[in-house]
Design a protein around this ligand. Structure first.
Ligand code: PLP
Length: 411
């Protein structure tokens, strides 16, 4: 008798089901560095899908800096930060990152991470552990990024924290819940720029609410760092916020063009995360050469080149607002380089992505569970390396494809 292997059978069935629901995800391999054109299966595609907003991922000065860093520091850190992996390159980077936020967060200190996912897990679980078991409340926005959601779930499992969801565009329910909340620690967490809609958190109101109800406010500015604010310091700079209640998270693999993330907050809270942030404590430090490269990237972000690149992004956003109009598809209003177009069904979004591919564009269909059911979309993103002509050509193609799909519905 042939023995059955349950795990393989289950995986086969589940994957077949995803495929049927048009939810199966597929990897595509690129054969060129990340930029506005990609090479996939020997075809050149115009890419409007990366998070390399400033177009730094293949910047010659950063390529040189990575080589320099490797020569200076080798390629591995050898251990976690608390054992022996914390190098002078990490220290310099953290000082520089803190200097970006210290006019917004008094006594700011920054802690560098290998990924934003890890930074969110560390910050949320670590801060929840400030309270006794069952005495923390975590307020999490409905449309938060998966890494925040997972951080909140883990914190709740570890500390029995109460989790309350709220709508970031209507803060009434948040305020109502906070009024009744007698827990010793209250933590509000949300994206600064919502990653699938491109809209901004009402951060000024949230900072006031945090002050009024003695809460901490954790902002994940993965899509704002490098892009928002005159110097690219992010959403706190943009709204000129000053608060000792803010924990700021920025990621460094998006606009900064490299890899990694950081938590920045009042130094006493950062000290606590160093003591009790398990993902921080038990993970190998990022190669110091990466930290060295990031120092160069921060210089570019802050300097004239960053100013020029942000200006280019803003010009693209303006062109999009003025010249892109659909008849059925829905543009989501966004002042960031994230410009979603809602098509509704998975089938429609996939059909549009396919036609875009045929036309030489790489813009994937984003489907649930990344976005709510029935709101499948094209997530179009701009890079400062896109020209106005690149964007106008895309606009023309999108109009044609919308017309094509609407006149012969796919399913
Ligand atoms: C990308 C992203 C992260 C994860 O950051 P990585 O460095 O890619 O792990 C976290 N939060 C948000 C909002 C993101 O968009």
């Amino acid at each position: 008798m042939k023995k059955t292997f349950t795990a393989f059978n289950l995986a086969e069935q589940q994957i077949a089901q995803l495929d049927m629901q048009l939810l199966k995800r597929r990897l595509r391999m690129t054969e060129k560095p990340c930029d506005t054109t990609a090479l996939v299966n020997n075809r050149e595609l115009k890419a409007f899908c990366s998070n390399d907003y400033l177009g730094l991922a293949n910047h010659p000065e950063l390529v040189i800096a990575l080589g320099e860093g490797a020569n200076k520091y080798g390629v591995g850190s050898g251990s976690s930060h608390l054992i022996s992996g914390h190098s002078i390159a990490h220290e310099l980077l953290e000082k520089k990152l803190a200097s970006f936020q210290n006019i917004h967060i008094p006594d700011a200190r920054a802690l560098f991470f290998s990924t934003g996912y890890l930074a969110n897990l560390t910050a949320i679980t670590g801060l929840a552990r400030l309270a006794q078991q069952g005495e923390a409340s975590i307020y999490s926005a409905n449309l938060n990024h998966a890494s925040i959601i997972d951080g909140v779930r883990l914190a709740s499992a570890q500390t029995k924290a109460t989790v309350i969801l709220f709508d970031h565009q209507n803060l009434d329910s948040l305020i109502e819940s906070l009024k009744k909340d007698s827990n010793s620690l209250k933590l509000i967490v949300l994206d600064g720029v919502f990653s699938m809609d491109g809209d901004l958190a009402p951060i000024k109101k949230l900072a006031d609410i945090a002050e009024k109800y003695d809460a901490l406010l954790l902002i994940d500015d993965a899509h704002g760092f490098g892009v928002l604010g005159e110097h690219g310091h992010g959403i706190l700079e943009m709204f000129n916020i000053y608060s000792k209640r803010i924990i700021y998270i920025g990621t460094l693999g998006k606009a900064a063009g490299v890899s990694g993330a950081f938590i920045c907050g009042p130094s006493i809270l950062i000290e606590w995360l160093i003591q009790k942030g398990r993902p921080y404590i038990y993970s190998t430090a990022t190669p110091p050469a990466i930290a060295h490269t990031l120092l160069k990237s921060l210089q570019l972000i802050e300097g004239d080149e960053g100013v020029r690149r942000r200006r280019q992004l803003n010009q693209l956003i303006e062109i999009w607002h003025e010249e892109m109009n659909f008849s059925k598809w829905k543009k989501v209003v966004s002042s960031t380089p994230i410009q979603p177009v809602i098509l509704g069904s998975n089938a429609n979004a996939l059909a549009a992505a396919k036609l875009l591919d045929d036309a030489g564009y790489w813009i994937p269909a984003i489907r649930p569970p990344t976005v709510p059911l029935g709101s499948a979309r094209l997530r179009i993103t701009f890079s400062a390396n896109h020209s106005a002509e690149d964007l106008r050509a895309l606009i023309k193609t999108l109009k044609t494809i919308e017309h094509q799909l609407e006149s012969e519905p796919q399913l």
